[in-house]
Write a protein of this length. Structure first.
Length: 130
């Protein structure tokens, strides 16, 4: 131990070494989106299976209804937010270069946002125009 470390209290040595106070919010957001995805994905898969083989007009009519349009938009938001959170954890764990890590996290968030926006735009366009 060097002189500076020996003279500090145990609390003084520990300050700054613990949690960044961000992990819990990230953890909760990932759990909440996972729980939200369960009923949304089950509903979506059941409805898509029921629409299998239907003409385009039937699918458009299904998406014209308020509940399917709103639920599909919520599904897209939850899917891409959950995806971004999960990939961020992978990036933080396995990318060791700080500048590459930050770049990858920013790119991850931008791609997730762009994909969600494109999906939501498509749903709204079908829902309002057909």
């Amino acid at each position: 131990m060097n002189e500076d470390t020996r003279l500090r209290t145990p609390l003084g040595r520990a300050v700054g070494l613990g949690s960044a106070k961000e992990g819990v919010a990230h953890w909760w957001a990932q759990r909440v989106t996972a729980v939200a995805l369960v009923p949304l994905v089950i509903w979506f898969v059941i409805d898509i299976i029921a629409l299998t083989g239907s003409p385009r007009g039937a699918v458009v009519a299904w998406l014209h209804a308020p509940f399917p349009a709103i639920a599909t938009v919520l599904l897209l938001i939850a899917v891409f937010y959950h995806m971004a959170l999960g990939l961020q954890v992978v990036i933080e764990d396995y990318v060791h270069s700080e500048w590459l890590k930050i770049s990858a996290i920013v790119l991850n968030k931008l791609v997730a946002f762009a994909l969600a926006a494109a999906g939501i735009f498509a749903v709204l366009r079908i829902a309002f125009q057909g």
